[in-house]
Design a protein around this ligand. Structure first.
Ligand SMILES: NC(=O)C1=CN([C@@H]2O[C@H](COP(=O)(O)OP(=O)(O)OC[C@H]3O[C@@H](n4cnc5c(N)ncnc54)[C@H](OP(=O)(O)O)[C@@H]3O)[C@@H](O)[C@H]2O)C=CC1
Ligand SMILES: O=C(O)[C@@H]1CCC=N1
Length: 264
């Protein structure tokens, strides 16, 4: 039995993915803080919605999907009630496996995961690390859970905050760029719907080429950038405005914020 504790955006996305992958609703349970949320999850997925304590008692795998700021309270509630042999998987940004282990009975294995919202379309990037009591079999169980909803990569836990900044938040940066490009279309007099369609299809085409061509992004960009042409005129402006440096600093800031989160 797998229990998702705090089935909000990420928890629900994982829940729906796991069901799409063929697990039966009877193999899953979830918890929610508000009754209307519990009712919605029950109705939408036909799964049992239970209390955190009941989930901790009955499930063999607990997926913690509350916000980092709510993790301390949740662990205080369930920590002492988790039976030996339960696997704890945390999806929270910034929360270290040590933070969780300190609040659980000794030797409970913890796997830390950073996924992203494309879980919803089975295109997630999930990176996983073993806590100090987790071994190969626990990483395999986490991979089994996450592989149906996207790619999974093992990394050392020291890189988890960096991964949170890069791929956890990553989709937001692409959406932000799309927003800015659509604004540019508006500036040039395009109808909004047409601008959005052009930008989204360009993003999808670029993403598929990045994934499937095996070419380095620099070569793909060079192929678009004709000598004396239009693309280089745009790139000159991006360089002039320090966009590359802004990206480096933005992602470093996200990594640093992740490091602060366990402290509340
Ligand atoms: N959003 C994203 O893109 C990503 C988020 N994450 C991580 O995933 C985690 C969840 O984020 P997200 O899904 O966006 O957040 P949400 O706020 O959507 O989901 C968290 C859910 O947990 C519920 N909750 C809080 N405390 C408890 C409790 N004690 N018992 C039961 N339920 C509880 C909340 O209830 P209520 O509805 O009442 O607030 C909410 O529904 C975070 O730790 C975040 O760092 C990781 C990768 C990407
Ligand atoms: O912004 C956040 O804190 C979460 C973690 C990664 C993506 N969203």
């Amino acid at each position: 039995m797998i229990a998702i504790l705090g089935a909000g955006k990420m928890g629900e996305a994982l829940l729906s993915g796991v069901l799409r992958a063929g697990r039966r609703p009877s193999e899953l349970m979830a918890t929610a803080r508000r009754e209307e949320r519990a009712a919605l999850l029950r109705e939408r997925y036909g799964i049992e919605i239970v209390t955190n304590v009941e989930a901790a008692r009955r499930a063999s795998t607990l997926v913690l999907a509350v916000k980092p700021q709510d993790m301390g309270v949740l662990l205080e509630e369930i920590g002492p009630r988790i039976p030996a042999g339960t696997l704890v998987i945390s999806m929270a940004a910034g929360i270290t496996s040590a933070f969780i282990e300190e609040r659980l009975p000794e030797d409970v294995p913890v796997v830390r995961v950073m996924s992203n919202t494309p879980v919803l379309v089975d295109e997630a990037m999930s990176v996983i690390s073993a806590g100090s009591h987790a071994g190969e079999e626990h990483l395999k169980l986490a991979e089994e859970l996450l592989t149906p909803v996207g790619k999974v990569l093992r990394i050392p836990e020291s890189l988890q905050d960096g991964a949170t900044a890069l791929s956890g938040s990553g989709p937001a940066y692409f959406y932000y760029l799309v927003e800015a490009m659509v604004d540019a279309g508006i500036l040039l007099g395009m109808p909004r719907a047409a601008a959005l369609e052009m930008v989204i299809q360009s993003a999808v085409g670029a993403a598929v080429m990045l994934r499937d061509s095996g070419e380095h992004p620099v070569l793909l960009r060079e192929a678009v950038t004709s000598p004396g042409g239009t693309t280089i005129a745009a790139i000159r402006e991006l360089e002039k405005h320090g966009v590359r440096a802004a990206v480096l600093e933005a992602i470093e800031a996200a990594r640093n914020r992740g490091r602060e989160l366990a402290g509340g």
